[in-house]
Design a binder for this molecule. Sequence first.
Ligand SMILES: [Zn+2]
Length: 359
Amino acid sequence: MEVPYYKETRVEGKYLPYGLLETVLKDYEHWNISEGFSEKLYPIPLYRIGEGKKCILLWSQMHGNESTTTRALLDLFKLFAEEGYPFNNCQLYIIPMLNPDGAIQYTRVNGNGVDLNRDAVALSQRESQFLRSVYNRMRPHFCFNLHDQRTIFGVGDKPATVSFLAPAVDEDRNVTEVRKKAATIITKMNNYLQLSINGFVGRFDDSFNPNCTGDQYSLLGTPTILIESGFYPGDYQREQTRKYIAQALYVGLSYINDNKVGTEGWKHYLEIPENKKCFRDYCIVDDKNPDDKIFVQLEEVLEGNKIIFIPKPVPESEGKDFLAHKTYQLSEICLGNNCNIRSCIPDILAYIRKEVENI
Ligand SMILES: [Zn+2]
């Protein structure tokens, strides 16, 4: 299957604040049907595309610092605007940014410091209330809950560039019909991704937590697909992952559009390997003493309107059995005769800081 892709070039990189989104969305106003408000009273626009009978609700960036899937949704907006909307049997309800307060501050939580993805039962925040009101009004046949995951997630010896979950609906993680339908759609998306990123797709942990939105909506009877966009080698801004997500969404929507979604294919979902927190960003190995090594993790900090990556040593208490996205021998960084990992930490961090200045 040839999957079309258009990049919305007005948004690039991990920092996507509400103001920039608003500028881009002006071009798609004809799809805008209503809006909610965040705790800090920023608008949360809702879009409807298409008029088909199958109703699909997609929301992104309920965690403010997770913009990759929002960029992917904007790429789909652009594609539909350029080529026409192809899914005649589906109407899409899209909330591109559920957490504008967090997006502006570049935080996971909203303006009150609440994790919206733990607020699905309490509904204590305006953002959660808005999403739920849209859900209640539309009673969607399918949901897509869109996120980013950290660079620490891996599948086998590869980074988890994309992870999927068909959320559990009970403590025993019974695979109900609702979950099987979500899993069947995931299988189609995974099959497509394997063509380009073979081995980089993981299955997310399915512990049940009804406070999480995906678990809650699955419990209410809607097959819900959680997508976590992750790291691809070298792609700290997640511009490549963004394309994989847009195309995977296209494949999933296209499958729903063309088929009566059943449960036949769901077992292949279990063949997707589980992702693990097995990676750190850097590993520095002492050439003279290869058992001596240190891991370094990049922390993201908002500076002006840019994300700065700050290297931080991984505490030894976290362990030593990690894979790394990039490995250096100490002698590649330090040229002195008496170098060792511990005494050279400042040099190591300075070296990495320079390397990641413009990623
Ligand atoms: Zn998230």
